[in-house]
Design a protein around this ligand. Structure first.
Ligand code: FNR
Length: 188
């Protein structure tokens, strides 16, 4: 079986280390996984006044999530939480009430920062948000990546063998997790 993974980059920066990490993850993933980015940068701020007439950006986001088999969050940590832009996207995805696009959608979280705890606090907070959205999450392995200069090239080649092996293992486990969830949990 092959599965389509929609991936979110939590950073809007053109120089994002998390975007660089995403390139490595796609390179190292098993062949059973195909990838589509789900863009978040053009979403307006969520406002429930718009629930009755969802803007095109919100509709496109929901449709993109509903089209894929699983979602992968690749996110920085901002002030010990996920960036507001990513939280905003999840808020749009979760509404209007009763149409939560993340419901039952298998997910995994990974993130990079220059600091030693590598987005650990933001990831824990994201786990709470995804639990509320009823998205089954891969609980292990966890992946807190300290992004040192040169660790991953702009094309996504990993320079350090142990990091490369770890990221490959993370993606293999994610593939197995997606397969397991989709086998037992009806979607849609
Ligand atoms: C940061 N950074 C940061 N790093 C961290 O490990 N924990 C944190 O809480 C924060 N907080 C934070 C807030 C804000 C507003 C900024 C702009 C940055 C540093 C951050 O990890 C670094 O800028 C990364 O390069 C951001 O990821 P992207 O955008 O390169 O993917």
């Amino acid at each position: 079986m092959t599965y389509t993974v929609g991936y979110f980059i939590g950073s809007l920066s053109s120089k994002s280390i998390n975007r660089t990490l995403s390139k490595a993850l796609i390179r190292l993933a098993p062949e059973s996984l195909h990838f589509e980015e789900i863009p978040i940068k053009d979403l307006p701020l969520y406002n429930r006044d718009l629930d009755a007439d969802y803007p095109p950006e919100g509709r496109a986001l929901k449709a993109a999530i509903e089209r894929v088999d699983a979602v992968l969050f690749i996110t920085p940590e901002f002030n010990r939480d996920i960036p507001g832009s990513l939280k905003n996207a999840i808020d749009w995805a979760s509404r209007p009430w009763g149409t939560n696009s993340l419901n039952r959608k298998p997910s995994a979280i990974i993130g990079a920062s220059p600091g030693k705890i590598g987005t650990a606090v933001a990831q824990q907070n994201l786990r709470g948000i995804l639990a509320f959205c009823n998205s089954p999450q891969m609980s292990a392995p966890e992946a807190y990546i300290q992004f040192t200069p040169g660790l991953i090239t702009d094309d996504g080649e990993v320079s350090d063998a142990s990091t490369e092996q770890f990221l490959r293992h993370f993606m293999e486990e994610f593939g197995l997790f997606v397969e397991r969830v989709l086998r037992v949990l009806p979607q849609g």
